[in-house]
Design a protein. Structure first.
Length: 399
């Protein structure tokens, strides 16, 4: 059976009520400022210093988001001198070359990083209780795909809207209902490589830690909780800094959801490294790739998509997103990073100097029929299955 890879980004969840990056950023700021423990530990001051410096550096408050602040807080932990007597493997090697001028106490940063993750987790989890609009059209789209393809869906989102639409999708853990936390099984995961799935590359609001850690598990191991509230109670790792080192001598902090600007270190923890590896296999073996609502800001994801597009088979790609004035106008007058990545990483040959075919007002199909763009948002895309069918026919993708 043919295979479809569906990669889903943040834009695909906004219609259902998931918070935007700026919604999350405002929530995190309020949460840090109003939390007594953050004040007592000096974490509120640390947050303020980081946000203020970034605002000056990036040219305004509207240019700074929570992921940038999280990244700086996490990385600043490794600018302080190592503990006396630390062996060389645990000495961050950049430390003698940089000077931390923030006056932030090192002890303030770890609880700040933990609090930011918890605030994000809680906000996204709460947004999933009642979807803003029906998930039935999303279910219909996925079911239509599944009739013709082994459908492998990957998302960088933390929410569970897709699972609400299609609860029978395999999500990497044992899908049998359980009141207990579910342990990830790598060999079982490999055996399900041909199963329709939804895999959370950067974590899920159903993932969390187990307190205490079971005897057959490692510290920092991520479990799956069917109960969203139970997962929320176990969202934060309680074991100090992570036990996994990066090659520069620093650690990464184990989190149930991966944030910040250096996600490649965090996705080395299980189950993410298995999901990321499977993404490479599914991208290279796909007969069609859908990219839905992605800003293409995660370069490690783009690498696998680039490999699929640059292979000898040149896997066809369909890009679904929203532009306020349409893709053609945005492409002609913008140096937006997403559009740059679409053209150079994904090799979508649709643009000002590359001829293409319009199919209706919102579809663009490249002359070589290897790529197509829908520019009117996910909800309208889901409401027009006949238009998608026409495009699939043009691209010779109709079963």
């Amino acid at each position: 059976m043919k295979r479809a890879l569906v990669f889903v980004g943040a834009g695909a969840s906004l219609d259902y009520g998931a918070p935007s990056t700026w919604d999350v950023s405002r929530h995190v700021t309020t949460s840090v400022r109003s939390n007594g423990a953050m004040q007592m530990l000096g974490s509120r001051m640390a947050y303020s210093i980081i946000a203020t410096r970034l605002t000056r550096y990036l040219g305004g408050r509207g240019n700074v988001n929570f992921e940038q602040i999280f990244h700086c807080a996490h990385e600043l932990m490794f600018t302080y001198p190592p503990t006396p007597g630390a062996i060389n493997a645990y000495k961050p090697i950049l430390q003698p070359f940089i000077q931390n001028t923030t006056n932030i106490q090192k002890e303030s940063l770890h609880p700040l990083v933990s609090h930011i993750i918890k605030a994000v987790y809680d906000l996204v989890s709460d947004s999933c209780i009642t979807p803003r609009q029906s998930v039935i059209p999303l279910r219909s789209f996925i079911q239509d795909l599944r009739r013709s393809y082994v459908t492998r869906i990957y998302t960088t989102n933390y929410d569970d809207f897709i699972l609400q639409a299609c609860p029978d999708l395999y999500y990497g853990y044992d899908c049998a209902p359980s009141a207990r936390p579910k342990k990830f099984n790598p060999s079982q995961f490999v055996r399900n490589s041909d199963r329709d799935c939804l895999l959370h590359l950067h974590g899920s609001i159903h993932m969390g830690f187990s307190h205490p850690t079971p005897r057959d598990s490692d510290m920092g191991e991520l479990f799956w909780y069917d109960d969203r509230d139970e997962a929320k109670r176990n969202a934060v790792f309680g074991g100090g800094l992570g036990s996994t080192r990066r090659m520069d001598g620093s650690d990464y902090y184990p989190t149930s959801i991966v944030s910040g600007l250096d996600k490649t270190s965090s996705i080395q923890q299980s189950p993410f490294l298995h999901f990321y590896s499977a993404l490479g296999h599914d991208a290279s073996s796909a007969d069609v790739i859908f990219v839905i609502g992605s800003g293409l800001g995660d370069l490690h994801i783009n690498s696998w998509l680039r490999e699929a597009r640059n292979s000898g088979r040149r896997v066809p790609i369909i890009f679904v997103d929203w532009w306020a004035r349409g893709y053609a106008r945005a492409q002609a007058f913008s140096d937006d990073r997403k559009i740059v990545e679409m053209m150079h990483a994904l090799d979508i040959r649709i643009g000002q100097h590359m001829s293409y075919v319009n199919v209706g007002p919102n579809w663009y199909v490249s002359n070589d029929r290897s790529s197509a763009i829908w520019d009117n948002g996910l909800a309208n895309f889901l409401a027009a299955p006949a238009d998608l069918a026409a495009v699939l026919d043009m691209m010779a993708l109709t079963p």
